[in-house]
Design a protein around this ligand. Sequence first.
Ligand code: PAF
Length: 281
Amino acid sequence: MKIIDNIKELKEEISKLNGTIGLVPTMGALHNGHKSLIEKAVEENDNVVVSVFVNPIQFGAGEDLDKYPRQLAEDAKLCQDAGVKIVFAPKVSEMYSDNKDNLTLICPPYDAVNKLCGKSRPGHFDGVCSVVAKLFNLTKAKKAYFGQKDAQQLFIIEKMVKDLNFDIDIIPCPIVREDDGLALSSRNKYLTEKERKIALSISKALLNTKKLFNSGINDIKNLTDTCLEIMSELDVEYIEFVDRNSFEFKQEEADNDTLVLIAARTPETHTRLIDNIVLCK
Ligand code: PAF
């Protein structure tokens, strides 16, 4: 496995590869959720490239760019053990030529970004789409793997690929959870022991919503209120019900195509966590 930090060498190595290329874009601090993406990519492609890049242009002012966990040696070990061919871990200056305030960006449409996570994180999805598009171009991957935990990100990237005719298949991968239900996230590292317990109420609220839905309750106001009760110790940013295919809000009643999404902050470290569940029976 090669660890590459510059674009010139990445292009040279990519041009030497035989067979198909799969890409797993990450910001590092790899956990079992990333591992599941990487393993799927290794199964489905002759060569797998994992990018490890904490992308500054998707972080807003006051967000956790500086404290975001960076652990390249451990990440590289996980990749090596999984059978990855290339870890691409560039510096910011390599990706953006010290020019990150004056870049050509990909801006997804207002309707897709002005809600859910995009509402409290203006510019976030411009940053995500722009770096992902660069990685698609640099790696020439034919498949790219994204986790369903970042459901809005996945929706927006799929739309970008369709709208801009990128020659790549986006492969959605299921959320990976701890045994007790907590969705894996690199940001779980920020949680205190007490917060770790409180954070569990997010997945509890989602699983309970699915249970209530399966028992015949589909009134969104009712389901939302129950979620809020379960998550009373968290600072809830949103609980939304959307159509899983269009991401249009559902107002009155949930159905089999409804995706329930939650974002909430923990009380001490104010860690922002997201999770979601599809309500299909
Ligand atoms: O999901 C992430 O980790 C990031 O948003 C991504 C897709 C690697 C782009 O920086």
